[in-house]
Design a protein. Structure first.
Lengths: 586, 231
């Protein structure tokens, strides 16, 4: 065989010289990562704005005349789709995946940088198509983020003309773009690690992102296929999903399609998608907790296997979203069982986070606050998952605010807390400056307390039977009047939380110029990205030689060392790694 | 085992007993598989693509089995009149034969690539691409026959279930796109071989990687053939 392992290849990095090739058409994984992050956060702001519109309507019905029922459903749909796919998936995999994988594995870049660059531009195209759907005749689709047929493409649904087709096209672009990036992430982890970096020495962040990318590569195909089939139903009049149905008093041309088929395809994507968002969060939070508690992660191997087990199990639980869909009731038995089995590896991870903190030297830095906030929120959200995973309990709770509260806690607030913590944690490496600690803590407490003020009461509203996706309740006999005042209180809390995100954005922007300059390793962490010759690392990441890894990523408080941590690339004889400090490079 | 993670000592491959040894071997440093990264990437892409085709085929099975209207008889719809008598599945038999043959020529191209026989590699790849183009051409012929002579449309079908036309055109169309893309891909790699791009490193794995894709497209066809024409 005449190929050379990537870790053994000679460096032939040449910095691109012009502004355009360096920052715009860049093939450097770090620049692409930041492009992904900025785009995802920009579209995420739109999604936050949409949720505020929803809360205004729900909290104060009959007040805001620019929100009509059609708009409301468009806000619901776009908020959900943007948050799940275009913000969280893109930010964790495109953003942190791109930034952390080569640095943490000791590679100079992704294995296929050109494809990586194209991945970002296709993602941007997907986002632009999505944004365009706000401005077309009829507006964006209002089918709900699950896009269930038949209503998704019937004429009575908002955005049934242009909106739905732009949504489907945008999703298809997203999947194509993601596949290009995802292949890079997986293959870089598998084939481009440096000497000594075995899979079982990788930081858990890389493990989480790696497994999530595999899930995405296998789950997005089902969404692509259902998007193609729905587009055909809509544009060519085929009947994959559309049964014979009356729409606005007229018989449509469809007959014999199966709406349930769409639900199966959608949730075959949709459930792994939950873990595509959660697994990177699990991995990153493990690293944050370990570094800021100055203690090795408890049960590293079990943490890795738990990530793998959750990934595998996530493909056999999808129909727990469909207990009330009318599918064969015997399915419920199988899917409830597999769903509850997932609680085992997940609980194992939670125990290990808590045991890592136990007798650790906990530093309540901003990233640590977010990490601990995540553990709390994830436990809360996970516990309600046990309710919803059981068929008999789920049936009365389906499509109520209880469901909203559950999934916002477990896959909305929890991953977002990790995103914030991770940005505070790696910001010094990305920019060379620290963020403001005071603003960071303010942001944390407002967000943490605020999200509980939003989502805890929703559990009670759900148990009362308040249905979700309703524009307004009016006079409903089983709902007491206090429901409305509760909704108003939730809306006020939501406005506060949304506003407090401005503190976060201000902090990031202000620190770029005025933050305290950071040295290469401000958190005194062991992993490779903190041992680069320069901060921020330049194109090619390392000096003339790749770092060599001698130990796992969690060597804290080992006896016989000056510091309380040992970098992964410090030789057993204590020699300062070649790439550390001022390395010369040619 | 736990000590190994921390102390810096890496076990050489094959030295750890039992199941943990499998983990240790896969987890070795630098790379998990002793192959060029491009080949690993193609394999993983094909795995992802498998899920796309599986989703398509499972959806097709679902709509076919849940259809209350009769499904057209494949022996009749796909028959071709040659010399006055209808011969069932004759066109598809030729198409399948052409595509399987192209896999043979592709395998030979890979073999000559590793022997660095540029002329033979190039010509065999171009022959493979030619077979692929023939396949797409015959598919266009079959589509034209179904549309013009039988009157089958994606949204309707005079012979029975509307989903027949919809799923047939969608799935064979998606496969046809894969073949067409493969033809272009093969021609590009063939020209690179001819130009001597791989002589610098002497590494002809690009030919094998293109071959992986081509064999995959063939394999998918076998499933489409079985589920559409033989069911």
């Amino acid at each position: 065989m005449s190929y050379v392992a990537i870790a053994d290849q000679h460096a032939h990095m040449h910095d691109p010289q012009t502004f355009l090739t360096r920052y715009v058409w860049s093939q450097d994984h770090k620049v692409i990562a930041i492009q992904y992050m900025v785009t995802a956060m920009a579209i995420g702001l739109v999604a936050i704005g949409l949720s505020m519109m929803m809360r205004l309507q729900l909290g104060f019905p009959d007040t805001f005349h620019f929100i009509n029922p059609a708009n409301y459903h468009q806000f619901v749909t776009m908020h959900g789709m943007i948050m799940v796919v275009y913000l969280l998936t893109a930010l964790f995999l495109g953003g942190f995946g791109n930034y952390l994988i080569p640095l943490m594995c000791g590679a100079r870049d992704m294995v296929f940088p050109y494809l990586n660059m194209v991945s970002y531009w296709v993602y941007l195209l997907a986002v632009l198509v999505l944004v365009a759907s706000f401005f077309v005749p009829g507006g964006s689709t209002g089918a709900g983020w699950t896009l269930y047929p038949p209503q998704a493409i019937l004429t009575g649904t908002p955005g049934a003309g242009w909106g739905i087709i732009l949504m489907l096209v945008s999703l298809a672009f997203f999947i194509v773009g993601f596949t290009m990036g995802g292949l890079n992430y997986v293959v870089t982890v598998l084939q481009a690690r440096t000497r000594g970096m075995t899979l079982m020495r990788m930081p858990l962040s890389v493990w989480g992102i790696f497994m999530a990318t595999i899930l995405a590569l296998l789950a997005f195909p089902a969404l692509l296929v259902s998007a193609i089939m729905m587009a055909l139903d809509n544009q060519l009049g085929t009947s994959f999903f559309m049964p014979a149905i009356m729409s606005l008093g007229e018989q449509t041309g469809h007959k014999g399609g199966s709406p349930l088929l769409f639900q199966h395809l959608f949730w075959f994507f949709g459930h792994p998608e939950v873990y595509i968002v959660a697994l990177p969060a699990f991995g990153i939070v493990s690293d944050l907790i370990s570094v800021h508690a100055r203690r090795h992660i408890f049960g590293y191997r079990m943490m890795v296997w738990a990530i793998v087990a959750i990934g595998v199990l996530s493909f056999v639980v999808w129909a727990h979203h469909m207990y009330v869909s009318g599918m064969n009731p015997y399915f419920g038995f199988f899917f409830a069982t597999t769903t509850l089995i997932i609680a085992i590896p997940t609980a194992l991870k939670v125990y290990n986070w808590v045991l890592t903190l136990w007798r650790g030297d906990v530093h309540l830095t901003v990233p640590m606050l977010f990490a601990i906030g995540f553990v709390f929120t994830f436990i809360n959200g996970g516990l309600t998952g046990l309710f919803l995973g059981n068929v008999t309990v789920d049936v009365p709770l389906s499509d109520t605010y209880f469901v909203i509260a559950h999934f916002h806690m477990v896959m909305g607030v929890s991953p977002v807390l990790v995103v914030c913590g991770a940005i505070y944690h790696w910001y010094p490496k990305m920019t060379g400056r620290m963020t403001s600690e005071v603003l960071g803590k303010l942001h944390f407490w407002l967000t943490f307390v605020g999200t509980y003020a939003i989502f805890l009461p929703m559990h009670y509203l759900g148990i009362l039977g308040l249905p979700r996706r309703y524009y307004e309740m009016g006079d409903t006999y089983f709902l007491p009047d206090s429901v409305q005042s509760m909704n108003a209180a939730i809306s006020v809390a939501a406005l506060f939380v949304a506003a407090s995100q401005l503190i976060f954005l201000f902090n990031l922007a202000w620190s770029l110029k005025h933050g305290k300059p950071a040295d290469g390793n401000p958190w005194r962490a062991t992993t490779l990205e903190w041992q680069t010759p320069e901060t921020p690392p330049r194109h090619g990441n390392w000096g003339p030689e790749l770092p060599v890894v001698y130990r796992w990523a969690y060597e804290f408080g080992a006896p016989g060392h000056k510091e309380d941590f040992v970098p992964q690339n410090e030789a057993p004889d204590g020699r300062v790694p070649a790439t550390h400090g001022q390395a010369s490079h040619g | 085992m736990a000590a190994e993670i921390m102390t810096g000592h890496i076990e050489p491959a094959g030295t750890v007993e039992g199941l943990p040894g499998v983990v240790t071997d896969f987890a070795s440093d630098k790379q998990a598989f002793p192959v060029h990264w491009g080949k690993a990437m193609m394999w993983i892409f094909l795995l992802s693509d498998t899920f796309i085709f599986s989703s398509f085929l499972v959806s097709y099975m679902h709509v076919r089995m849940s259809s209350t209207v009769a499904w057209p008889n494949p022996s009749e719809v796909f028959a071709l009149s040659l010399g006055g008598a209808p011969i069932p599945l004759i066109l598809i038999a030729i198409m399948t034969f052409v595509l399987i043959s192209s896999s043979g020529t592709m395998a030979m191209a890979v073999n000559y690539g590793y022997r660095r026989n540029r002329a033979r590699t190039t010509s065999l790849m171009l022959i493979t691409a030619g077979f692929g183009a023939m396949f797409v051409g015959m598919q266009a012929f079959e589509w034209a026959k179904l549309i013009i002579e039988e009157g089958i449309r994606p949204w309707g079908n005079p012979l029975g279930a509307a989903q027949f036309g919809a799923s047939f055109f969608m799935i064979t169309g998606f496969h046809g796109l894969h073949v067409s893309a493969g033809v272009i891909y093969l021609v590009i790699v063939a020209l690179k071989v001819w130009r001597g791009d791989f002589e610098r490193t002497g590494n002809y794995e690009a030919v094998e990687i293109a071959g992986l894709y081509w064999h995959f497209v063939d394999l998918v066809w076998v499933f489409i053939f079985a589920f559409f024409y033989l069911w």
